[in-house]
Ligand binder design. Structure first.
Ligand SMILES: *Cc1c(COP(=O)(O)O)cnc(C)c1O
Length: 432
């Protein structure tokens, strides 16, 4: 399989090149040159995430040196499960993606990318440094995924005082080959510093750098795996498709569900649940696609006004009419997020995070055929957002063991001014 850019002006490359590069040189996103076709029968002996991942991802690695290592990459990356849990009457499910090391679905993509990058041939013995700017969840997932991997280092930049206390603790608690920099600025400052470093060829000849942002092919492809596993399990029991409602920000997770459906998995409707950042609901109800500045909401990992992976949906469905017919998008206000958390807790005893609440609101606010089966996608554990959730459910949310283990470790971040000279000096003086 070769990879091309969504913008069509970059050379076609092998998956190894696309994984290492992040963005294509023309500014587009890497996509496969053609779509493989898979059948339910291709997965007959596959049950665990790692087992489903191998036949699912094999066509995407065909012809590349990484193919032989794919089973090992999958068992290293998918070392936790993503259970499909019945919530109501055998027709409504919750797909729980928060059982990884940092309790959010980004663990899946980050761990797969790390396992791939670790195996890519390197020109010399110097370590590869992954540079990430984060407003919360991404940085922790990337740090956890690369922690103690030989030949790899991670440098995280986050806006000091603008992530939750638990998020800040998570970012600083790894140590070893992970350095957390608390930047005295906002997220845009962090992102600008990272971009400047990634474009600094002089720096990169001394310190080889790579990135792990959400448009990376190595984070996108593996996110198909839990949709494949859940829809296959449902299909085996019922001979019918499973419909998904997906909390959506940058559209990486939902674009992965869309790709899984396109290549033949038994997936029905895909609903994109957004917060008050409603660019996608506008587009899917017929308006032009017009990116906006992002606004802050309770579901902060979805505060995106210009979803980058929209280019991948357009690549899959180049015609507007077909694209609009293939998805529904529903926006949720902060007030509706709060209501959904309170109502779900009252009815089921379960506590959901603010992101998951947008999917629940979308489920409850749209008409549906009672015979259809729906899964709302739970993208993070509620304990990561205790400041929002605990006052609403009037009690503490128990912290899952993996997250508790991270929070029990000492945490340390270095303060840094938002100044490129400082970042450059620090990168030139990393140990190990
Ligand atoms: C990142 C994130 C999202 C949004 O996912 P996208 O792939 O950017 O659409 C939703 N929920 C949580 C908890 C996240 O961390």
């Amino acid at each position: 399989m070769k990879y091309v850019s969504t913008r069509g002006n970059a050379p076609r490359v092998d998956i190894g090149v696309a994984l290492a590069a992040g963005l294509a040189p023309d500014g587009g996103l890497y996509v496969p040159e053609s779509l493989p076709r898979l059948e339910v029968a291709d997965f007959d002996t596959a049950n665990s995430l790692a087992e489903v991942a191998v036949p699912l991802l094999t066509p995407f690695f065909e012809g590349d040196a990484l193919l032989g290592g794919l089973p090992a990459i999958c068992s290293q990356a998918f070392n936790f499960e993503t259970p499909l849990v019945a919530v109501e009457g055998g027709r409504i499910f919750q797909l729980e993606l928060f059982h990884g090391p940092t309790a959010a679905f980004k663990d899946v993509g980050a761990r797969f990318l790390a396992a791939c990058l670790q195996r890519l041939p390197r020109p010399d013995a110097r370590p590869l440094t992954i540079l990430v700017a984060t407003s919360g969840d991404t940085g922790a997932a990337v740090a956890a995924a690369f922690h103690r991997l030989p030949g790899m280092r991670v440098v995280i930049l986050y806006p000091d005082g603008r992530v939750s206390p638990r998020q800040a603790h998570q970012l600083g608690c790894f140590g070893d080959n992970v350095l957390a920099l608390a930047v005295r600025g906002n997220f845009d400052d962090c992102q600008a510093l990272v971009k400047q470093a990634l474009a600094d060829t002089g720096l990169q000849s001394a310190v080889p750098l790579s990135s792990a942002n959400s448009i990376s092919l190595g984070r996108w492809l593996p996110q198909m795996v839990y949709y494949a596993q859940a829809s296959l399990a449902h299909f085996r029991l019922t001979r019918s498709v499973l419909n998904f409602i997906i909390p959506t920000g940058n559209l990486g997770n939902a674009a992965a569900a869309a790709l899984a459906r396109r290549i033949g998995l038994p997936i029905g409707q895909i609903v994109l649940a957004t917060n008050a950042n409603d660019v996608l609901p506008h587009y899917f109800s017929g308006a032009d696609y017009t990116p906006q500045a992002s606004q802050q909401t309770l579901a902060n990992a979805m505060d995106v006004g210009a979803p980058s992976n929209f280019e991948r949906l357009r690549w899959m469905y180049p015609e507007d009419t077909l694209l609009r017919a293939s998805f529904t998008a529903i926006a949720t206000s902060d007030e509706q997020i709060r209501e959904a958390i309170v109502r779900h807790h009252a009815h089921t005893g379960r506590v959901i995070c603010p992101h998951t609440a947008t999917a629940l609101h979308a489920l409850q606010s749209s008409p549906r055929n009672p015979a259809d089966a729906w899964a709302i996608v739970a993208t993070a554990h509620a304990a990561k957002f205790e400041g929002v959730v605990e006052p609403l459910v009037h009690g503490p949310v128990p912290v899952p063991p993996m997250l508790a283990a991270l929070l029990a470790r000492p945490s340390h971040a270095e303060a840094m001014q938002p100044d490129y000279g400082h970042l450059r000096d620090r990168l030139l003086n990393l140990e190990g």
